[in-house]
Design a protein around this ligand. Structure first.
Ligand code: KIV
Length: 264
């Protein structure tokens, strides 16, 4: 696979070409994903749930994120690699800079921050210091105790407007990718049309520029539960490689997510 950069994704957005991405946590799966030409891998703090069996992501440490980022980079030299900043690692701009450095040194091309517009100065500070940022909006799992559970966000007009304003402010602050989790399709479509940067959705309908799934959900092997917005491609194909390539194809054609995997 040719090296994928943020410029590749920006060009695809302009062309209207959709792209698939997936989480990865180790070198072997990262290699498999790269062989199937998945352009973007996310080392998500979902590893707290799918690798460690916890109920949420709050206990994942920066050291664990750096360890898994190094492993994924070893297996996939060419994908665009995004690594999650875990809970409370961006409490101040200085902390965010010191912590992001560890993930960049581990091989990430970009860090992902569960954000709101209050983080705009932090994002500018990171970007000015050569750390590219993806902002995660909508259902931000690190805020599970604020939301009172893993709930769809942006259903009311007021909530939806807040997410749109956050997206605009954070793009202005320098964010280069926006990830939207568990929001209604119409809201995701509005944000995708409004911002210039690529928008990646998970549980956000098929109007976004890209899609991401947690790999354990894609293969139907998660320890907790398989979310309704996901699809078990392994049971459909019976083979890991075919599962990945069917997922890529269905994202590129807009078949996935279908109506039944979408919040309306
Ligand atoms: O932690 C994670 O796996 C995520 C996904 C939505 C990419 O944030």
């Amino acid at each position: 696979m040719k090296k994928v950069t943020i410029n590749t994704l920006m060009a695809w957005k302009k062309e209207g070409r959709k792209f698939a991405s997936v989480t990865a946590y180790d070198a072997s799966f990262a290699k498999l994903f790269e062989q199937q030409e998945i352009p973007l891998l996310v080392v998500g703090d979902s590893l707290g749930m799918v690798l460690q069996g916890k109920n949420n992501t709050l206990s994942v440490s920066l050291e664990e994120m750096a360890y898994h980022t190094r492993s994924v980079r070893a297996g996939s030299p060419n994908c665009l690699l995004i690594a999650d900043m875990p809970f409370m690692t961006c409490a101040t701009p200085e902390q965010a800079c010191n912590n992001a450095v560890e993930l960049m040194k581990a091989g990430a091309n970009m860090v992902k921050i569960e954000a709101g517009c209050w983080l705009a100065p932090t994002i500018t500070m990171l970007v000015q210091r050569a750390v590219p940022v993806c902002v995660h909006l909508g259902l931000t799992p690190q805020s599970v105790n604020i939301f009172g559970g893993f709930k769809v966000q942006g259903r009311s007009d007021e909530q939806a407007e807040k997410i749109v304003q956050d997206a605009l402010a954070l793009e202005m602050a320098g964010a280069q990718i926006i990830l939207l989790e568990c929001v209604p399709k119409a809201l995701a479509a509005r944000i995708t049309d409004t911002v210039r940067v690529p928008v990646i959705g998970i549980g956000a309908g098929n109007a976004t520029d890209g899609q991401v799934l947690v790999m354990h959900d894609l293969f139907g092997i998660s320890t907790n539960y398989i979310p309704s917005f996901s699809k078990n491609y392994l049971s459909k194909t019976g083979d890991l490689r075919q599962a990945i390539s069917l997922y890529i194809k269905e994202v590129e054609t807009g078949e996935f997510p279908s109506h039944e995997q979408t919040f309306n």
